[in-house]
Design a protein. Structure first.
Lengths: 211, 118
């Protein structure tokens, strides 16, 4: 009996042999249904954004109206990209904090992530406003339609992410995210990182590759 | 050997497990690495005649930088490197399917031949 107890590794022992702590869920795969569902959702999102990026590539040479090279403000968009990239760091630090049971620190990092996301969205609204003032409306050209649809869809995803982050903070303040529910933060984090990854592609393909 | 979420693990043991090492430093270093790659990307715009990416090399260089950033984020920040392999397979299933479908679509529209698409 004693041998049975001692041969079973504690979480600490198992964790020490892994680069990252992941407690197995009580399912066939050892992964919680929620987490599996999120990864399946993200895989399907690849198809959504792939379609939007492909459409943009097909229509990026406008027959009328301003061209991408004329209208894009690369230094401004680079700053926005940097802000979103850093939000991934604050998000992963929030996940790390809740895994250690540091609730206050987790809330600070999540708040920072939401603030950085909101800054990105504010930048996108400003960018769209400038473009419209310069004559690039949604129906100005096939390029403008494809551009606004792609970046707008991404912006909606970021906004949904911000809503989820704020909800997390509120739930945490009510004490509804104990350590054993740290996976909730991790799942929201997965969504947020994916939104960042999509922007990495959009920034390179849409903004940096010359038309 | 598998530990499930139903196991009763003393909090003190859990605390000890996570205090032994910190991944935060890895995350900060990864973010710095990503920031450097972003600066290089922006530099391709600021200095388009730089020999490393002059002329036809610009798009391949940007694609490589983008891919490195993409996989760094999904492997480190999204923990794919440390998680169960089935999650990697699920994500790659969607990613590869998307890439193949849209390469086929772009080929249908002859985007690889300058001036012949649209």
């Amino acid at each position: 009996m004693a041998e049975t107890l001692t041969s079973r590794p504690t979480l600490a022992e198992a964790d020490a042999h892994q680069a990252h702590a992941h407690i197995d869920a009580d399912t066939n795969t050892g992964i919680s249904n929620t987490k599996l569902g999120m990864w399946l959702f993200l895989a399907s999102e690849c198809l959504l954004f792939g379609g939007l990026i492909t459409t943009y590539l097909l229509y990026k040479r406008p027959l009328e109206g301003p061209t991408p090279d004329e209208i894009f403000d690369i230094p401004f968009t680079s700053t926005s990209s940097f802000v979103l990239l850093m939000s991934s760091l604050t998000m992963v630090l929030a996940v790390s904090a809740i895994e250690r049971g540091e609730h206050q620190r987790m809330r600070v990092w999540i708040g920072a992530t939401a603030a950085l996301g909101a800054t990105f969205i504010a930048g996108q609204i400003y960018e769209f406003t400038v473009f419209v003032r310069e004559g690039l409306g949604f129906t100005t050209s096939r390029f403008s339609s494809a551009f606004y649809t792609l970046t707008g869809f991404h912006g909606i995803h970021v906004t949904i992410g911000i809503i989820m982050l704020v909800s997390l903070v509120l739930l945490s303040l009510r004490g509804k995210i104990p350590e054993h529910k740290a996976e909730t933060v991790e799942i929201v984090g997965l969504y947020w990182h994916f939104v960042d990854v999509v922007w990495v592609v959009i920034f390179a393909v849409v903004y940096l590759i010359p038309s | 050997m598998t530990i499930t979420s139903h196991d009763n693990v003393p909090t003190t043991v859990l605390d000890g497990a996570v205090k032994d090492y910190s991944r935060d430093k890895v995350y900060v270093l990864t973010a710095i690495f990503l920031a450097v790659l972003t600066i290089i990307e922006v530099f391709t715009y600021a200095a388009p005649d730089f020999p490393v990416w002059a002329d036809e090399l610009l798009i391949p260089v940007l694609m490589i930088l983008m891919a490195v950033k993409f996989f760094t984020i999904i492997y480190v920040f999204m923990h794919l490197k440390f998680d169960k392999p089935i999650l990697t397979r699920i994500f790659y299933m969607g990613l590869v399917l998307a890439v193949l479908v849209y390469i086929a679509m772009l080929s249908t529209f002859r985007i690889w031949f300058d001036g012949q698409h649209g």
